[in-house]
Design a protein around this ligand. Structure first.
Ligand code: ATP
Ligand code: MN
Length: 538
């Protein structure tokens, strides 16, 4: 079947309330890129890749993300600071303002879908104010065939108007930008921000509600790939911990880099049709596949050019969160369609800036559940203030901002699936070693890759306890040897060369785990609570 890069079909947006718009339906990425450049909204790098600036926002804005409280959501969503309720009538009024704003304008429309498994397909119509946002939708969502387009009946609609500014007092938003999900109207309404991540994470959040509630499927903030033996591996982790980097492995076929569903039919499928990689300090030597994916069709965000027209990936003057989106076929080794069997191995990635977690350790089922609910990583303090203290950051299910249900809902599903599938769970510290941030250094990518390869090749024995050391603070099983990795690196304490300082910091982190877990204690079984650290500081 032919992939539809463009369509001769014309559509009207009247039924959305968008009147007299100049509708540009299903344009090809090439056309969209040309329009973006012509409008001065982007420029091309030396190799012809589109580069855009997303404007005021270069990252998501979690405080401006709302869910309409209605009959579908009111008793199901875990309301609070993460899932902030929005009034349905207010939504309708704001929606009307946005479509009014888009009326009479040139508007870019794309039909696409999410979920690579046909049984779970979610058909989406994306309506964008900007051509490059529409090209992002081409890259990130799944692309229907020409045939599918003929009778395309979209279920969800994304209305994306970065140039529309809300009036917080009148509209019920917090400030001028907003991303609101309405499950009854099946609309994701995004305004006041051009950050493209809001588009993909809007649909992710919708699926994180729909799949567990209606389809008995566990949605996961993880990447996934599959080896020659069809052995699936998945990698959970918060932003910057290595989901995209580590799942992009020339020896394994990529299923997806960010969002997947684990079905009750023992399969794992990608929600998306593309990848969204961080490009800060990207180098061709260390990450050749991602580097190679940056070619015409990809969209670079918020990067700075060198004089020769190439990108300076070390330049963070616009943001640390420089990105590239590309359709998944920009990577050579991919699984088609993006579906795998039950995972054999699950990795929890964490960038521990305290530098105290082992670079790789094996978790018991209790520990797996505990760490999943905790969702630990660390933020490195802003360099500008000269503060070098790392900050722990806990985000339940390694993706709390996108999870409308209570974290224990997802955790229970995961625990059950892990048991049924008999998977091995590993905690991987892709963060600091030899000391905390500022003193030690980040674990070398080649070593993290070697550890993961060792697990996937079965070179790290499973629970022959003599091969492991049980960490005295965190209780996790730390291998003593790993092919391709200097043994001294496997023990974080040894890399510090200062036991007292090491344990002081380790206790600081175990205390932070305990503090964070308090909110879940009432929901967690004794078994899960046993998976936490073994010792705390005073
Ligand atoms: P997001 O959810 O925001 O997409 P992510 O989990 O996909 O985040 P990556 O895009 O893979 O994160 O980012 C990891 C970053 O850390 C990359 O820039 C990578 O080069 C860098 N890095 C440095 N050392 C390591 C390591 N040992 N393991 C993994 N990544 C590392
Ligand atoms: Mn990623």
């Amino acid at each position: 079947m032919v992939k539809s890069d463009q369509s001769t079909k014309t559509i009207s947006l009247d039924r959305y309330g968008i009147k007299n718009a100049n509708v540009r339906y299903q344009l090809s990425p090439k056309q969209l890129q040309a329009i973006a450049v012509e409008k001065g909204q982007g420029k091309e790098t030396a190799n012809g890749t589109l580069a855009v600036n997303t404007g005021e926002f270069t990252g998501r804005s979690p405080k401006d993300r709302f869910i309409v409280k209605d009959d579908i959501t009111k008793d199901r969503v875990w309301w609070g600071d993460i899932n902030i309720p929005f009034d349905s009538d207010k939504f309708k009024k704001l929606y009307n303002k946005v479509v009014n704003y888009l009326s009479e304008k040139e508007v870019f429309v794309r039909d696409s879908y999410a979920c690579a498994d046909d049984n779970y397909k979610l058909k989406i119509r994306v309506i964008n104010e900007y051509p490059w946002s529409n090209m992002f939708a081409y890259n990130m969502f799944l692309r229907p065939t020409e045939e599918e387009l003929e009778s395309f009946n979209p279920e969800w609609t994304i209305v994306n108007a970065p140039g529309f500014m809300a009036n917080a007092e009148v509209d019920g938003t917090r400030q001028h930008n907003f991303a609101i999900l309405d499950f009854t109207r099946k609309i994701a309404l995004i305004g006041g921000t051009g950050y493209t991540g809001e588009i993909k994470k809007g649909i992710f959040s919708a699926l994180n509600f729909i799949l567990p509630v209606f389809k008995n499927t566990l949605p996961m903030h993880c990447s996934a790939n599959v080896g020659k033996e069809e052995d699936t591996a998945i990698f959970f982790g918060l932003s910057g911990t290595g989901k995209t980097t580590l799942s992009t492995d020339p020896d394994r076929s990529l299923i997806g880099d960010d969002e997947h569903g684990w079905t009750s039919e023992n399969s794992v499928f990608n929600f998306e049709g593309g990848c969204y990689a961080k490009v800060i300090n990207l180098s061709e030597e260390e990450e050749p596949e991602i580097f190679g994916a940056i070619k015409p069709g990809a969209i670079l965000e918020n990067v700075v050019f060198k004089a020769d027209g190439n990108v300076d990936f070390a330049d963070t003057s616009i943001t640390q969160n420089t990105r590239v989106s590309y359709p998944i076929y920009h990577i050579d080794n991919i699984k088609k369609p993006s579906i795998g069997h039950n995972p054999k191995n699950i990795f929890f990635l964490t960038a521990d800036a305290f530098g105290v977690l082992p670079p790789i350790s094996k978790l018991t089922p209790s520990q797996a559940a505990y760490h999943f609910i905790s969702g630990y990583t660390a933020k490195v303090a802003g360099t500008e203030a000269g503060v070098k203290e790392p900050q722990p950051s806990f985000s339940a299910c390694f993706g709390a901002p996108f999870m409308p249900l209570h974290p224990t809902k997802y955790a229970e599903m995961l625990s059950q699936k892990m048991k049924d599938a008999n998977v091995n769970v590993w905690l991987v510290n892709t963060g600091w070693s030899g000391g905390p941030y500022g003193v030690g250094s980040r674990m070398k990518l080649k070593y993290t890759r070697a550890m993961i390869t060792a697990v996937l090749n079965g070179d790290l024995g499973l629970y022959n306890y003599d091969d492991y050391h049980i960490h005295s603070v965190f209780g996790v099983a730390q291998p003593r040897e790993c092919p391709g990795v200097p043994s001294g690196l496997l023990s974080p304490r040894q890399t510090w060369n200062d036991d007292e300082a090491y344990y002081k910091m380790a206790f600081k982190l175990s205390n932070a785990f305990r503090e964070n877990f308090k909110q879940f204690e009432d929901y967690a079984s004794e078994e899960i609570r046993r998976g936490g650290p073994q010792r705390y500081g005073y």
